[in-house]
Design a protein around this ligand. Structure first.
Ligand code: C2O
Ligand code: CU
Ligand code: CU
Length: 490
């Protein structure tokens, strides 16, 4: 099943150039023009979906709702998630287009509720499947017992009308996310995903934390397997949303220290983040805080990736910014301009807060000396839409086995002409080297981008029993067979 767009109503009245969002008129211009050009669009979308018509003005940033904890005990959290069909609207207030998505949501909310637990907590999530199809929930980035991993491999999904209680403990603070792992491409594409945050009482203190669920939407998402429409393939970008909103406006206070938790939930959209005129201060990635923050000019977020940033706005600094640069999955220059993901206004007149007390330890990568225990070779072609690992298409795969407790080095090689985010369930990995070059510091990952013809050297400790999926997180590739199994046995 594919999502179908109920309507895509566009009045490109302003620029005639929807591709270069950097050149759109400021929000003030739009309110006036609204009255004379937009009547039809408003009527169409309003009556088709039964939703109130959203005005063509820049929306204010909104965080996803917080899931209510139904357990009173201090070391337990208990949430309830009900996936069900839902229609919601993506409004591009700049281009004056609306996409009415015939989608699905958890608890009737797009974006879905954020689940928050603290390290050591027992997490219980009751899932009541009101979809017409089977579903599961996978906890991306968390090491949980195999029967709680939410895969439909060697496990039944939750059938329509059934419920299931997931239960596990969380051991590692960080920014994680949840999504279905049954008919994954279609179900995530319809909007089923949310943030799962594991806090640590020892985390450095900030004044504010913001969760940003980033997704992109295109008309062609109705045809996600059409090889001509792979996002980023020709430098073409989808319409990015931040918590379901196109380019929202965020107000921050001078002197605040703000931790941003970014999650790329897109099916296949890459984000190449920049900070406007400033560098980004990266404080965390996949598996929690970095030993030492990194200042970067650009940060690549492949589908499934998380990045934590630190902002310290103040009268003595430029306002923070977050932009997406065009990125080509096939190498070479991508076309187009950078697109702001949101606009930030700084209020108040305090100088920037210090980051001097932010922990900054040296943690060097493990020396990369051992021969690989096994190799995963990624192969495929957008022309034939065949996506394979070691010449095999899931579920007809050779299962690689590790014994509980052993530590191995393995390689992931790309022999295809497109990039792939490699993701492993159940275990986490240290990135030892990318084409022979070690990372700037110790890198603990669960999702790692595999560049063109690149070789990644990874190290993992088999500390969790189970038959763990290892796959490309470009979901059409994963569902198309670019998936294998790494099993940990006694
Ligand atoms: Cu985020 Cu196997 O998935
Ligand atoms: Cu996962
Ligand atoms: Cu792929």
């Amino acid at each position: 099943m594919r999502p179908t767009w109920l309507s895509f109503v566009g009045l490109l009245a302003c620029t005639g150039d929807p591709g270069s969002s950097g050149k759109r008129p400021p929000p003030e211009d739009t309110a006036e023009a609204d009255t004379d050009t937009d009547t039809d669009a408003d009527t169409d979308t309003g009556t088709d979906t039964g939703e109130p018509v959203v005005p063509w003005t820049q929306p204010a940033f909104a965080a996803p709702p917080l899931a209510e904890d139904l357990d009173e005990r201090d070391d337990h959290v208990h949430f309830s998630l009900t996936p069900a069909p839902n229609t919601f609207t993506i409004s591009d207030w700049q281009a004056r287009t609306r996409i009415a998505v015939d989608g699905s949501s958890y608890n009737g909310s797009h974006p879905a509720p954020t689940l928050v637990a603290k390290v050591g907590d027992t997490v219980r999530v009751d899932v009541d499947n009101r979809l017409e199809d089977p579903t599961t929930i996978h906890w991306h980035g968390l090491s949980v017992p195999f029967e709680m991993d939410g895969v439909a491999w060697m496990r039944d999904p939750i059938y329509s009308g059934d419920s299931y209680a997931y239960e596990y403990t969380v051991q590692k603070p960080g920014t994680y996310w949840y999504h279905p792992h049954f008919d994954t491409e279609a179900q995530v594409d319809r909007g089923l995903y949310g943030a799962l945050i594991v806090t640590d009482p020892d985390d450095p203190v900030v004044d504010r934390e913001l969760v940003l669920l980033l997704d992109d939407w295109t008309e062609d998402q109705a045809l996600p397997t059409d090889p001509d429409h792979v996002h980023g393939a020709h430098g073409a970008e989808g319409l990015w949303t931040v918590n379901g909103l196109v380019r929202p406006a965020l107000t921050v206070t001078a002197g605040e220290r703000i931790r941003l938790r970014l999650i790329n939930t897109s099916n296949q959209g890459y984000l190449w983040l920049g900070g406007g005129s400033d560098d980004l201060l990266v404080i965390g990635r996949d598996q929690g805080l970095l030993a030492r923050p990194e200042e970067v000019d650009r940060e690549l977020m492949a589908p499934g990736d998380r990045v934590d940033l630190l902002w310290t706005p103040g009268t003595d600094t430029t306002a923070p910014a977050l932009v997406d640069w065009p990125y080509s999955l096939h190498g070479g220059e991508a076309l187009g301009d950078e697109t702001p993901l949101l606009d930030v206004t700084v209020e108040g007149d305090a100088p920037a807060a210090t980051t001097d007390d932010w922990p900054a330890a040296d943690r060097t990568p493990t020396p990369d000396t051992e021969p690989p225990a096994f190799v995963y070779t990624f192969q495929g072609s957008a022309h034939t839409d065949d996506w394979l690992i070691n010449g095999e298409r899931f579920p007809d795969v050779t299962i690689q086995q590790l014994s509980l407790g052993e530590t191995v080095v393995f390689e992931v090689r790309n022999l295809s002409s497109t990039e792939h985010p490699f993701h492993l369930h159940g275990l986490h990995m240290e990135l030892l080297a990318r084409d022979g070059v070690p990372p700037a510091q110790f890198a603990d990952v669960d999702t790692v981008n595999l560049g063109l013809y690149e070789t990644l050297r990874l190290r993992t400790t088999a500390d969790n029993l189970g038959a763990w999926m290892a796959h490309c997180h470009i979901l059409p590739h994963g569902d198309g067979g670019m998936m294998t199994v790494l099993e940990v046995v006694e």
